[in-house]
Design a protein around this ligand. Structure first.
Ligand SMILES: *[C@@H]1O[C@H](CO)[C@@H](O)[C@H](O)[C@H]1NC(C)=O
Ligand SMILES: *[C@@H]1O[C@H](CO)[C@@H](O)[C@H](O)[C@H]1NC(C)=O
Ligand SMILES: *[C@@H]1O[C@H](CO)[C@@H](O)[C@H](O)[C@H]1NC(C)=O
Ligand SMILES: *[C@@H]1O[C@H](CO)[C@@H](O)[C@H](O)[C@H]1NC(C)=O
Ligand SMILES: *[C@@H]1O[C@H](CO)[C@@H](O)[C@H](O)[C@H]1NC(C)=O
Ligand SMILES: *[C@@H]1O[C@H](CO)[C@@H](O)[C@H](O)[C@H]1NC(C)=O
Ligand SMILES: *[C@@H]1O[C@H](CO)[C@@H](O)[C@H](O)[C@H]1NC(C)=O
Ligand SMILES: *[C@@H]1O[C@H](CO)[C@@H](O)[C@H](O)[C@H]1NC(C)=O
Ligand SMILES: *[C@@H]1O[C@H](CO)[C@@H](O)[C@H](O)[C@H]1NC(C)=O
Ligand SMILES: *[C@@H]1O[C@H](CO)[C@@H](O)[C@H](O)[C@H]1NC(C)=O
Ligand SMILES: *[C@@H]1O[C@H](CO)[C@@H](O)[C@H](O)[C@H]1NC(C)=O
Ligand SMILES: *[C@@H]1O[C@H](CO)[C@@H](O)[C@H](O)[C@H]1NC(C)=O
Length: 486
């Protein structure tokens, strides 16, 4: 053990040795140069952009060029590598020459934003050290697979390349699983979003707005659990937005001016939400009551949709609300008439289809609501929903329409059972549920009612009367069964 103990003399020697090595190292760094294809690319770049920084002409060691950062080398190996080029806001004209990915293989950061560069964006394929890429403004094309194999990428910003020939969402980005910011604002994106969001669990900022995207939000959107900013506004996206409800870190959701439909989801777990901008879509149904109590909510736009039910009354801490252009039952907050509330429960069980929302607005179902027939006294007597392509279920809330005489939900795609409490409708004379996907057992209705259950493969009638059966083998194809004869 004693032999290992270092005395002060040895320590001093060791220190001097380290100092010498360090000075050597600094010395060698100063002398080391960018060589080979990397140097060739930088020269090529200098020749293609204008005005290139002046040191690019006056200084020979490229590592001392302004806006270029090189790797640090420990031992004299005669080579250094370009790690960063930052030419943001330099009023540059010209092009980025091709061949970048075959030469600047150690590149970590490239920023050429806010210039007037044009032409194709070069390929970055295989640049596994690349972390940040800023290529904003006025390029004209992106080669296929440009973003393949960028395993270290954290930020990709391509904003405002409005002259790009139309391209689709870069499918090859899936190797960039550490992506934090993806901004493709105004880049002429077309087509639909691929179902690959589960590759981006760290994504926090997603800007895809002002493009021409179509189609629905893919299921994997719900895997974006760290998303804080979501911008999808101003394009042709459609379908439902329930994926938002799982994004508990969401602060900004900007979805205005698309064709989103269905109800606003329950966002009660999105407690960080500050901006909820859903205006100018085709959203339907009631505004979820929990929405008005979100603690950080600051601005909300629900304007110009097909929202129904009570107008929401937001907390006074909310700075701005735009609610106009919807179908609330009243023009001020407050509960709806009970028949309206009931009919909206029915609509809810069908998933609040747009078809109903376009007409089921206001506070009086007898004033022009489609598919509803009232008598002169304003009692709802018939609901005819035949062949509307409805999905979902028959709500037990139908039982609250106590004056109902005829109910036709036939020819749709309805599932599950016929609610037991429809039997309490004492005036019901006709129930036509034919041609659906209903299952379960047909409840025991009053003897005077006509029920048509034809063509519901899994619907079972309790001990069908043998006399009414067309043939003993065709048990599932019921005709009008007068239950009084049971
Ligand atoms: C010198 O650098 C090159 C390129 O990075 C590398 O491939 C090579 O192994 C290095 N040589 C030494 C002796 O460090
Ligand atoms: C981009 O191009 C548009 C026209 O295509 C032009 O109006 C705009 O000034 C350009 N932007 C820059 C930063 O060069
Ligand atoms: C550079 O990109 C081209 C085409 O995109 C590709 O064939 C090549 O393998 C890439 N180079 C590297 C070093 O990955
Ligand atoms: C995009 O360009 C427009 C007009 O040139 C400008 O107002 C806007 O700030 C730019 N946005 C981004 C994100 O660069
Ligand atoms: C890149 O995209 C193409 C076309 O979508 C696909 O064939 C290829 O497998 C993708 N490569 C990677 C690494 O994702
Ligand atoms: C979408 O495409 C249409 C034509 O297909 C075009 O007029 C419009 O400017 C595009 N919108 C955006 C935001 O690029
Ligand atoms: C909110 O989070 C809790 C706990 O994770 C979960 O049980 C519940 O279903 C969530 N609610 C919504 C509306 O997503
Ligand atoms: C919203 O906030 C802005 C600035 O913070 C303020 O000027 C404005 O008066 C506020 N509006 C309302 C309705 O509180
Ligand atoms: C119900 O609506 C369907 C489709 O609009 C129509 O053909 C049928 O005659 C209606 N039935 C009654 C009883 O009004
Ligand atoms: C029912 O679902 C189908 C398939 O998802 C869909 O095409 C249809 O529009 C839905 N019907 C309504 C009324 O929303
Ligand atoms: C029918 O059932 C639903 C739920 O099961 C209930 O809310 C409703 O009050 C019932 N209506 C009648 C009239 O029994
Ligand atoms: C029952 O419904 C089916 C399908 O809509 C129809 O063909 C049949 O005529 C109906 N039965 C009676 C007795 O009206």
């Amino acid at each position: 053990m004693d032999k290992l103990r270092l005395d002060s003399k040895t320590l001093t020697l060791l220190f001097l040795l380290l100092l010498f090595l360090w000075l050597q190292c600094l010395e060698s760094n100063n002398n080391n140069e960018i060589v080979g294809e990397e140097a060739a690319y930088l020269i090529n770049l200098r020749n293609n952009i204008s005005p290139a920084p002046s040191t690019w002409f006056t200084v020979t060691n490229m590592c001392e060029w302004s806006h270029v950062t090189c790797s640090f080398v420990l031992f004299n190996n005669n080579t250094r590598h370009v790690e960063e080029i930052n030419l943001a806001s330099k009023s540059l004209k010209g092009k980025l020459p091709p061949g970048l990915n075959n030469s600047l293989v150690n590149l970590r950061r490239l920023d050429v934003s806010y210039n007037s560069l044009t032409g194709p964006i070069p390929s970055f394929v295989g640049l596994s050290s690349l972390q940040e890429l800023f290529i904003e403004h006025n390029f004209t094309s992106i080669p296929d697979f440009s973003f393949q194999g960028l395993t270290s990428l954290q930020k990709l910003i391509l904003d405002n390349n409005t002259n790009l020939s139309p391209w689709t969402f870069p499918a090859n980005l899936t190797a960039s699983t550490g992506l934090i910011t993806l901004s493709l604002y105004a880049t002429n994106l077309i087509g639909s979003l691929p179902d690959t969001c589960h590759f981006f669990p760290n994504l926090q900022y997603l800007y895809l707005d002002t493009n021409n995207l179509t189609g629905v939000l893919p299921k994997s959107f719900e895997k974006l659990l760290n998303l804080k900013y979501l911008f999808l506004n101003d394009q042709s996206l459609s379908g439902r937005i329930e994926v938002l409800s799982s994004m508990t870190q969401l602060q900004v959701a900007w979805l205005e001016r698309n064709f989103f439909e269905g109800p606003i989801p329950d966002l009660s777990n999105c407690t960080m939400l500050r901006y909820l901008m859903l205006g100018d879509n085709q959203l339907t149904g009631e505004v979820p009551p929990s929405l008005v109590n979100l603690p950080k909510l600051w601005q909300v736009s629900l304007a110009n949709n097909w929202l129904q039910g009570p107008m929401p009354l937001f907390n006074t801490s909310v700075n701005e609300t735009k609610l106009e252009g919807n179908g609330y039952c009243l023009d001020h907050p407050g509960p709806c008439h009970h028949t309206v509330a009931t009919l909206l429960q029915l609509a809810q069980a069908f998933g609040y289809p747009l078809l109903l929302a376009r007409s089921w607005r206001g506070n009086d179902p007898c004033k022009g609501w489609s598919f509803i027939r009232c008598d002169v006294q304003g009692k709802i007597r018939a609901v005819n929903l035949t062949k509307l392509n409805l999905n979902g279920t028959i709500s037990p809330a139908f039982a609250n329409l106590i004056d109902l005489q005829e109910l036709y939900p036939g020819g749709n795609n309805l599932r599950e059972s016929i609610p037991e409490n429809l039997t309490t409708l004492s005036q019901l004379k006709i129930l036509d549920v034919s041609n659906n996907n209903l299952s379960g057992i047909v409840p025991r209705f009053s003897p005077n009612m006509m029920i048509n259950t034809t063509n519901n493969a899994f619907l079972v009638t309790r001990s069908p009367p043998p006399t009414l059966l067309p043939s003993p083998t065709k048990r599932t194809h019921h005709l009008w069964i007068k239950l009084g004869t049971l």
